[in-house]
Write a protein of this length. Sequence first.
Length: 224
Amino acid sequence: MVKSDPADVVAGFYDRWANLYANAVRHAPGVGRLRRLTIEEMELDTGATVVDMGCGPGVNFPYLTEYIGQDGRLVGVDIAPEMLKRAARVDPASELVLGDGSRPPIGGEIDAVLATFVVTLFEDPEQVVDAWWSTLAPGGCLAMLNLGPMRGLAGALGNPLLRIGLRLTTPNAGRFDRNLLTVLDERMQAAQHAVEQRADRIVLYDSADGLFRVVVGTKPIHQS
Ligand SMILES: C[S@@+](CC[C@H](N)C(=O)[O-])C[C@H]1O[C@@H](n2cnc3c(N)ncnc32)[C@H](O)[C@@H]1O
C-alpha cells in the first residue's frame, strides 16, 4: 500500500502550485457549472454552517454564500497556507482553518461538508468520509465532486491526457507504481460506497463520460 505523504510535503506541494491552480480552476471550462450543481443538491438553508474541506483558493465560496447568506457560517479547511491566503481574498468573512482535513480541526455542529477534488487525494477515502460524516449534525449532508476515468471513446482519447495531468498534480507522484487512473477510480468508488452505506438520501450523477462525478448524501435524522 502507498503511504500518505507527511503533511509538510503535501502543504509544500500545494503552496508552490497555489497561484497557478487558482488561475487555472477559475477558467476551467464547465467546472463552475458542476460546482453549482453539486452545491444545489446540498439543499443548504439560509444561515447554515458549511465546511469546505480542502477548500484550496476558495473557488466554491461564492456559490456557497449564495445559499447560506450573510447569516451562514462558511469554514474553509486546507493544509496549504498559500491556498488559504487566496481563499481569504475571495471571502474575508469566511473562517479559514489551517489543518489536515482527514482529522477535521473544527468544532460545533456542521450542517454540511463539501469536498471538491479532494477525497481522492487520501490513501483511505472511507476513513476520511467517516471523519467528515461524524462532524455532521443529524440531517446534515456531505457533497463531493471528483474526477474519474472517462468511459468509451472519450476515455480512449482523454484518459491518457488525464493520466498525465494526474502525474503533474499529485504530490510525489513517482511513489505510485500503479496506474494513477486506477488509483483515482478506486478511491472515488471507495468514497462513494462509504457515503452510500451511511446516507438515507443519496444523489449520484456524472458528466463528460464520467470525468466529473458527484456524490451527495444526507445523514439520517434518527440513527438506527
Ligand atoms: C485539487 S485541490 C482542490 C481545491 C478546491 N477544493 C477546488 O475544488 O478547487 C486539493 C486541495 O486540497 C488540499 N489538501 C490536500 N491534502 C489535504 C489535507 N490532508 N488536508 C486538507 N487539505 C488538503 C490542497 O492544499 C489543495 O488546496
